[in-house]
Design a protein around this ligand. Structure first.
Ligand code: FSO
Ligand code: SF4
Length: 536
């Protein structure tokens, strides 16, 4: 196996024996096959469109789901991945009738026994030139991240055909081994444009159904009822779960990236949405143990569970784990979470691990509602600087840097955050500036879009020409592929001088890294003291 798509890749270079995430070589081979056959299906879709033949939305959904399945910590179930490969092979076979000149990936139809062998020849390392390989993977990972945002928006009935067509065109282009590095670079930045569109689409989907997030204190303690814990990013799953648990005596708690749900007005109407339990994804093993009740994983990040927790762990959507019950979706898009409800009734209530609250809800509408206050504070010098610390959290001890960095920032600075990176500092007593909290949490990683809208509004209000002239600096933490599309989106929007840590991606070849440094000012992190000084 070879995989270097996430920040925790072995030795900072690539997982070759087993994934640090727990991915085994057999699963890795299947995931490689799924990416390759999906590129083949994308090529078939592109060629059909060129010929004026129809491409159904079901094809776009299959391509999108397949990419999502291959994101870090989404699906560990070999049978689920094999079934996605089978369906993709069938689909491209039926759709390719009458098309000629297709590539091997579009035409290939081998039996299951040869998949793992084939995977050895079509994986990441099959592109020999390291710069082209690096750029190809940069685009592939960006598209994976984008697929996640599309999936959540689609679940709420919001679609953007432009994104789907681009995704297919880009995937098909990645099969072209003669594509020069310059064109691959251009494709990466074009992916950034569609990343912005994807985040905007999801923002519209979430806010049109659940209202604009507003400043909200979210309890982090527990109540005395049994509970169901819901993790991941899919707000529609949360809504269905809340509807199905209403009046049952079961409380629902959010975990990880589901925390921002509490700030949407529509979710406040559920009295049994009891609070947020725990922290970022990587602490889930111990936190799921003490939660005592059933847990629903709607997206990444899933960590291979203890045997004792497996019977309480349920997956849905693109997520899968062998031995855990998967809740599917019916034709109408609904799901039956009654197995979780029945199990919860037999479970003791969660054990309290924290008390107090955290504050969230600072997506664009809430920050812009406070615009006068914020601008006054900037003009008077009460706020000297905003520091964007969005992104992901992770297991490595080196990420304590972000807590130390938050603590060491001058008290006249405000942290703008989104994503699970916030768990490193959202419980620190950082105080406020004239009533404006020093940590403004916009929401999930996709809500980084809100941070951009806030930056653009500040630029206009302060009469500046360039977003980079604002008193905003970027010190972003990454882990998996959604962070890649967020990064490409920020670059597309013209944001420069982003610090990216705790380490730069292993998939950036020295030349591609050099390009990012020279053209966009991207840099790694140093010590807290050095970086505070450099960013001041
Ligand atoms: Fe975190 Fe996981 Fe949201 Fe990611 S929970 S790491 S970037 O899936 O998506 O921030
Ligand atoms: Fe390794 Fe990350 Fe790939 Fe898992 S997703 S195999 S940890 S590089």
């Amino acid at each position: 196996m070879f995989c270097y798509q996430c920040q925790e890749t072995a030795g900072g270079t690539g997982c070759t024996r087993i994934g640090v995430c727990g991915k085994k070589p057999e699963l890795s081979a299947l995931l490689d096959m799924l990416v390759w056959t999906t590129k083949g299906l994308a090529e078939v879709a592109v060629r059909r469109r060129e010929k004026g033949l129809p491409v159904s939305s079901r094809v776009a959904e299959m391509i999108n789901d397949n990419l999502f399945i291959t994101i870090t910590n989404v699906n560990f179930d070999e049978e689920a991945v094999a079934s996605a490969i089978r369906a993709t092979l069938e689909r491209k076979l039926s759709l390719s009738i009458g098309l000629d000149g297709l590539s091997e990936a579009a035409l290939w139809q081998g039996p299951e026994e040869v998949w793992k062998d084939k995977a050895l020849r079509i994986g990441v390392m099959s592109t020999e030139d390291e710069d082209r390989r690096s750029l190809k993977e940069l685009v592939t990972y960006g598209l994976k991240g984008l697929s996640a945002y599309c999936k959540h928006a689609w679940a709420l009935g919001c679609r953007d055909e432009g994104i789907e067509v681009f995704m297919q065109r880009a995937l098909a282009a990645l099969l072209d081994e003669t594509m020069p590095a310059e064109d691959l670079t251009a494709l990466a930045f074009e992916a950034g444009k569609y990343g912005v569109d994807g985040m905007a689409l999801l923002d519209r989907a979430n806010t049109s159904r659940y209202g604009d997030p507003e400043m909200t204190q979210v309890g982090i303690g527990v109540r005395s009822n049994p509970g169901i814990l819901i993790s991941g990013h899919d707000l529609r799953d949360l809504e269905i779960l809340l509807e199905q648990t209403a009046g049952t005596g079961i409380d629902v708690y959010t975990h990880g990236e589901m925390l921002p749900a509490h700030s949407y007005p529509q979710f406040k109407k559920y009295p049994h949405l009891a609070g947020n339990y725990g922290n970022a994804w990587w602490k889930q093993k111990e936190e799921f143990r003490s939660f005592n009740g059933p847990i629903l994983m709607t997206t990444n990040c899933i960590v291979p569970p203890d045997e004792s927790c497996k019977a309480r762990l349920f997956t849905t959507g693109t997520v899968g784990y062998p031995g855990c019950v998967h809740i599917g979706q019916d034709e109408a898009g609904s799901k039956d979470f009654s197995p979780l409800v029945e199990l919860a009734k037999q479970c003791p209530p969660p054990q309290e691990i924290e008390t107090g609250s955290v504050t969230g809800g600072f997506a664009h509408a809430q920050v812009l509602a406070l615009a006068d206050k914020v601008l006054d504070a900037v003009r008077s010098g009460a706020i000297s600087q905003f520091v964007v610390m969005a992104g992901c959290d992770g297991r490595f001890g080196s990420r304590e840097y972000y807590a130390d960095f938050a603590r060491a920032l001058s008290p006249d600075t405000v942290i703008l955050t989104a994503g699970c990176a916030k768990y490193r500092y959202n419980k620190l007593p950082l105080g406020d500036i004239g009533g404006i909290p020093r940590v403004l949490d916009a929401g999930q990683c996709n809500d980084s879009y809100s941070l951009v809208l806030v930056a653009l509004a500040l630029k206009d209000a302060l009469g500046l020409d360039d977003i980079n002239d604002l008193p905003i600096v970027y010190n972003i933490a990454w882990y998996e592929q959604k962070a890649v599309i967020v990064l490409l989106s920020l670059l597309y929007l013209g944001v420069r001088n982003i610090r990216l840590g705790p380490t730069l991606p292993a998939f950036l070849s020295p030349n591609v890294a050099k390009l990012l440094v020279e053209q966009f000012g991207i840099g790694g992190i140093g010590t807290v003291e050095e970086d505070i000084k450099a960013l001041a």
